[in-house]
Design a protein around this ligand. Structure first.
Ligand code: FRU
Length: 455
């Protein structure tokens, strides 16, 4: 039998459950030097079902230790997605510094039927043991399968704010001063989206605090929030694009003002593996620009650099049909950044372990050829490139490649996209070739990465 974590398709620096199914990241909270990661887990099978909160911890956002499951299904239902916070001011009365987790109890369709409600659990030992609140639910059923409470402290108005998914493409904001009694203050539409909201502040480039309302398929509004009303300043924009990024959540209580997010890479295939599904690499979010032109950027956390090994650099290579560029590496895990001047070429094909990422300059989009879109009917499937169709441009791109995933960050994270893949036939793990006129690979730097399971 293959050693655990050394299986053929086991991601080597992305989080996977030791065994069985996982989906959304839940309850992300930093406490006493530890990044807690809870996750939707079917502890019994490699398919979705019987939702339980799995639990893992890390000190560097890379090396994870899976612990005992934190929340098990009960008479109110299975444990759907939610969030966690540190109650520094003891608003809930369980003691200062208690961790509070908010989750959806997914009710029951069999008699006696029970609706979806929002519940509270708390931990007085820094996130290891959890007790469900004796008077759950803390938010009664509102409508349909309302779910996925994401809670944050709003310091200016001294209250907790909960973003909650209601139904269709409608979300609610609720507030509470004690984390137990909640009052709805607003309903917000995130057009054509569903599930897993996130709501968090970030300073814009002029230092003004803005609030981001985020939906499961990686789209967001930037606005202002005064504790009473969220006022969007921007239209709905796409942040995490690509076929597989879903249900992202940010850590609460993160140190040094950091805003760190992780997503489920929904829909990847892991044939014959004891586990199913993986999470993304954690990314750091920043707000670029100001006011109505504010956009989020996503960049892999700097901690990832600790896995870098052998490096190679190439400059000024012309790529033309029949003249591909082949990187001098046999690595299966790598972090590669390149800058390309497109000239009047049509497309650039970046072949990663036999799978093709197609940068279509003429159409200004990016696709994983033969990839399997998970976000059907939601966000745009192909990735919009920051170039104008048919125009010469210079574009910088970073790819983070693990055994079953490629994450793309363009122009310092202004565009980002997540893709799952399985390797196909190949000799060289990274080959770039073009279509149409020649283009120039101005600079390419590749770092081979070590596995987190290497001693
Ligand atoms: C999103 C989601 C959530 C729900 C959970 C159930 O992927 O459907 O809305 O809480 O997964 O596992």
């Amino acid at each position: 039998m293959t050693r655990q974590y050394a299986e053929l398709h086991r991601p080597q620096f992305h989080f996977t459950a030791a065994k069985n199914w996982l989906n959304d990241p839940n309850g992300l909270v930093f406490c006493d030097g530890v990044w807690h990661l809870f996750f939707q887990h079917n502890a019994q099978a490699t398919v979705w079902g019987e939702m339980t909160w799995g639990h893992a911890i890390s000190r560097d956002l890379l090396h994870w230790q899976q612990l005992e499951h934190a929340l098990y299904p009960d008479a109110m239902g299975t444990m759907f997605s939610g969030s966690a916070v540190v109650d520094h001011d003891n608003t809930a009365g369980f003691g200062p510094g208690t961790l509070l987790a908010f989750y959806t109890a997914a009710g029951s369709q069999v008699s006696p039927a029970k609706p979806f409600t929002q519940c509270l659990a708390y931990s007085t030992d820094g996130g290891y043991q959890w007790t469900k609140f004796h008077d759950n639910p803390v938010v009664d059923w509102i409508e349909d399968d309302n779910r996925d409470p994401k809670v944050i402290w709003h310091a200016a108005s001294k209250q907790w704010v909960m973003a909650l998914y209601l139904a269709d493409d409608r979300y609610a904001l609720l507030v509470s001063t004690n984390a137990q009694r909640w009052r709805q203050i607003q309903e917000v539409v995130l057009a054509n989206d569903t599930e897993c909201p996130d709501f968090f502040p970030l300073p814009d480039e002029s230092g003004v605090e803005r609030w981001i309302l985020w939906s499961a398929s990686g789209r967001y509004l930037v606005g202002s929030f005064d504790g009473r009303k969220f006022e969007p300043l921007t239209p709905l924009q796409v942040s995490e694009s690509g076929f597989n990024g879903y249900a992202a959540q940010t850590w609460s209580n993160a140190p040094d003002g950091r805003c760190v997010q992780i997503s489920w890479m929904a829909g990847g295939l892991y044939p014959e593996m004891p586990f199913n599904q993986q999470l993304s690499i954690p990314v750091e979010l920043k707000l670029k620009g100001t006011g109505a032109s504010a956009v989020l950027t996503r960049q892999p956390v700097a901690e990832l650099n600790a896995l870098r090994g052998k490096a190679l650099v190439h400059t000024n290579r012309r790529i033309s049909p029949g003249k591909p560029f082949t990187a001098d590496t046999k690595a299966r895990l790598f972090d590669v950044s390149f800058t390309v001047s497109t000239g009047s070429s049509k497309a650039l094909y970046v072949m990663v372990r036999g799978q093709t990422l197609a940068f279509d300059w003429a159409e200004a989009n990016l696709n994983l050829v033969n990839g399997r879109p998970h976000k059907l009917g939601l966000a745009e499937q192909s990735v919009r490139l920051p170039t104008k169709p048919g125009c010469a441009a210079q574009l910088s791109c970073r790819l983070i490649v693990d055994l079953t995933s490629i994450e793309v960050f363009i122009n310092d994270g202004e565009v980002s996209a997540s893709f799952c893949y399985l390797p196909d036939a190949h000799t060289d793990p990274l080959v770039l070739y073009g279509s149409g006129d020649a283009q120039t690979l101005e600079h390419l730097a590749l770092f081979e990465l070590r596995s987190i399971f290497e001693q």
